[in-house]
Design a protein around this ligand. Structure first.
Ligand SMILES: Nc1ncnc2c1ncn2[C@@H]1O[C@H](COP(=O)(O)OP(=O)(O)OP(=O)(O)O)[C@@H](O)[C@H]1O
Length: 245
């Protein structure tokens, strides 16, 4: 469903050129939660920006359902949902109004958006908040609203950028449940996170990025075989040490 093929992206700086993404290829099928993992500066955000059509690659392409992002960015955006830890809510709108507004942005039929808003709100336990102004919600309630909002256009591919950053244990549990729902609903899910312990529990497959390159890829069993390490944290420490050596 999501394809990233031979992606290259460099940035020019006064101090020289930074190759942020270096010949990166991976794909994520439906019902798979893919952890795109890497230390600071590994190229995760650059990759997400290219997938979202916000940045053009130097080489390679990204595609959703076979549609290349650079060829038909609007069709691709309508098939992508994006949830980030930085998402805000519009304080003066009610939750329902905001969900319908986002439905409208994605050209979802208003009746369908209204039905989806009710269904998704029930799924995430915020149906009683639909007519509350978003500005009056608690942090955890706002989080649930932004999670519902990311699904209002029912995209087949979901991108989650640091979804648990700054959340307490209840908020983290909400994210785990949400990702469980996404998997059951048949979505292809990409999760970028620094929380390797969480990634280990959440994800079906992993791509370990380092300096823009995919160093290892597979499920946990495959990664353990390839690296001789049991846990992602140790795999990463080895990668970082190989750079320092
Ligand atoms: N607009 C830009 N201009 C110049 N360099 C950039 C730009 N965006 C990213 N970079 C560089 O590209 C590399 C990859 O950055 P990127 O933000 O993709 O990494 P990341 O894996 O998301 O890191 P983090 O986990 O810290 O968010 C870094 O060296 C970064 O400094």
């Amino acid at each position: 469903m999501l394809q990233v093929q031979s992606l290259v992206k460099s940035f020019s700086l006064d101090s020289g050129e930074v190759r942020a993404v270096d010949d990166l290829s991976f794909s994520v099928s439906e019902k798979v939660v893919y952890g795109l993992l890497g230390p600071n500066g590994a190229g995760k955000t650059t990759t997400l920006r290219i997938i979202l059509g916000l940045l053009e690659p130097d080489h390679g392409y990204t595609a959703v359902d076979g549609i290349h992002t650079t060829v038909d960015p609007i069709a691709v955006k309508s098939r992508l949902g994006f949830v980030s830890s930085n998402d805000g809510v519009y304080p003066w709108l009610s939750v329902r109004e905001m969900l319908l507004y986002f439905g409208d942005l994605y050209a979802v039929d208003p009746d369908l958006a209204a039905t989806r808003a009710e269904e998704l709100a029930a799924l995430m336990g915020i149906e009683h908040l639909l007519d509350r102004r978003a500005g009056t919600l608690s942090t955890g309630q706002r989080q649930r609203v932004t999670l519902v909002r990311g699904l209002i256009h029912d995209p087949p591919v979901m991108l989650l950028d640091e979804p648990t950053r700054g959340l307490d244990v209840v908020g983290v549990q909400t994210i785990f449940e949400y990702i469980g729902h996404l998997r059951e609903a048949g979505k292809a899910v990409v999760v970028c996170t620094h929380r390797l312990d969480e990634a280990e529990r959440l994800c079906d497959r992993f791509g370990l990025l380092h300096q823009g390159r995919l160093e290892y890829e597979g499920d946990l069993t495959e990664l353990r075989q390839a690296t001789g390490r049991d846990h992602l944290v140790d795999m990463f420490v080895d990668l970082m040490n190989s750079e320092a050596a």
